[in-house]
Design a protein around this ligand. Structure first.
Ligand code: SF4
Ligand code: SF4
Length: 68
């Protein structure tokens, strides 16, 4: 079954919650985020290792790690 294949994690940012504090940009070990127009942009989702550091770090709870 296809659901036995390893799932790929990546972050999704809620732009309505993001204040552009830059915490996720700083904490992510894989440089997945960049700040653009004062919002966190998921620039390189393919590099995410699913460590959830950004999710726990975000003061606005604007980040969710999803897997597909
Ligand atoms: S940590 Fe949260 S609020 Fe801060 S820039 Fe990243 S997504 Fe936005
Ligand atoms: S889960 Fe980890 S690797 Fe993925 S974007 Fe967040 S901090 Fe970066």
């Amino acid at each position: 079954m296809a659901d036995k294949e390893p799932k790929k994690p990546y972050p999704v940012v809620d732009n309505n919650k993001c204040t552009g504090c830059n915490s996720c940009v700083e904490i992510c070990p894989m440089e997945v985020f960049v700040l653009e127009n004062k919002k966190a942009l998921v620039k390189k989702p393919g590099q995410c290792i699913g460590c959830h550091a950004c999710e726990s770090q975000c003061p606005e709870s604007a980040i969710k790690i999803v897997e597909e």
